[in-house]
Design a protein around this ligand. Structure first.
Ligand SMILES: [Mn+2]
Length: 317
């Protein structure tokens, strides 16, 4: 089985580079730090977790000092990419460490998946990459310490929206219960990752709520944020995470869409109560999960709005 091979390769490797998708969320960071912590606890000395930037709320996670913007080696024995369905979504300057590593490993839970590594563990039914790591570590007979559990539950809490999404499983709660018994402070992690926002984030949400538009007898909502808004609000990366979900909390709304202007065009985040929005995003070159997906469209706001709303109407009709 793949996990036996991964364990064998870990035992034979001395240097490790770990990363996830760009603009990492709690699952991406939690998975990476959990893996890095496991390797450290196994006695491995050379471990780099690479991210160009990440939300400051994750600064208190165990071993977050292993996160660096630049690699400290030219070549690593093993490259591990987590919570990421294709290498394209990893920051470009890190691709060479992946291409030059002796062995590459991918763990992920995205449905549309390039399975781009030498050794791949993908389970689209898992609510978080962190939850795949729980069962994988158990299979490999790797002890899950309190520090590892802290990182993993951070990924699980953020990717399940605090155990709210349909993807949440019995195993999710079983692991949460087990982590609690190990002394992991779940209420604190929950509060810090999901219930706390900066003032800039609050102001951004206020603007997004104020601008929320309704379409198709209130079944679709659309809101947006431009680069100029971003500048005016003084908002940081990761602080937009809550906006995509605003529309979907309204009764009878089926699909909520958030358009966020970035350097390469508008990044669209779709949230759904039922229909598969990843199918819509695939049409625009993106992807994701059934109820949460995204894509990027390089066009003017008016054109982006029309394109995604027309397509969503077709899927709802
Ligand atoms: Mn994830």
């Amino acid at each position: 089985m793949t996990l036996d091979e991964i364990l064998k390769e870990i035992n034979n490797s001395n240097s490790f580079v770990i990363t996830a998708h760009e603009n990492p969320d709690g699952d991406a960071i939690g998975s990476c730090l959990a893996f890095a912590t496991v390797l450290k606890e196994m006695g491995k000395e050379k471990i780099d977790v690479l991210f160009k930037e990440y939300p400051a709320i994750y600064n208190t996670l165990p071993n977050c000092d292993l996160i660096k913007t630049e690699a400290s080696l030219d070549e690593y024995d093993m490259a591990i990419v987590l919570d990421c369905p294709e290498l394209k979504r990893v920051s470009k300057e890190y691709h060479k460490y992946f291409e030059e590593a002796k062995v590459t490993v991918e763990f992920d839970h995205h449905l549309k998946n390039a399975m781009f590594a030498d050794l791949v563990v993908v389970n689209p039914a898992a609510p978080a990459c962190s939850e795949i790591l729980v069962s994988s570590f158990k299979y490999m007979k790797i002890e899950i310490s309190k520090d590892v559990a802290t990182c993993l539950i951070t990924g699980i809490i953020t990717d399940t929206g605090g155990f709210r999404f349909n993807s949440t499983t019995r195993e999710t709660f079983e692991f949460a219960g087990w982590a609690l018994s190990k002394g992991v402070n779940i209420p604190k992690i929950y509060k810090e990752t999901l219930m706390t926002k900066t003032k800039a984030q609050f102001e951004a949400e206020k603007l997004a709520v104020d601008r929320l538009e309704f379409y198709m007898d209130d079944k679709i909502t659309f809101t947006y944020m431009t680069k100029e808004d971003e500048k005016n609000l003084g908002i940081q990366t990761g602080e937009f995470d809550g906006i995509a979900g605003i529309g979907i909390t309204i009764k009878d709304v089926e699909v909520a869409i958030f358009a966020h202007e970035r350097a390469d065009g508008f990044k669209l985040s779709f949230r759904s109560n039922n229909i598969d929005v990843s199918e819509i995003c695939v049409l625009f070159g993106g992807g994701g999960h059934k109820l949460a997906a995204g894509c990027t469209i390089n066009a003017k706001l008016e054109d982006v709005r029309k394109a995604v709303i027309d397509e969503t109407k077709k899927h709802l009709g």
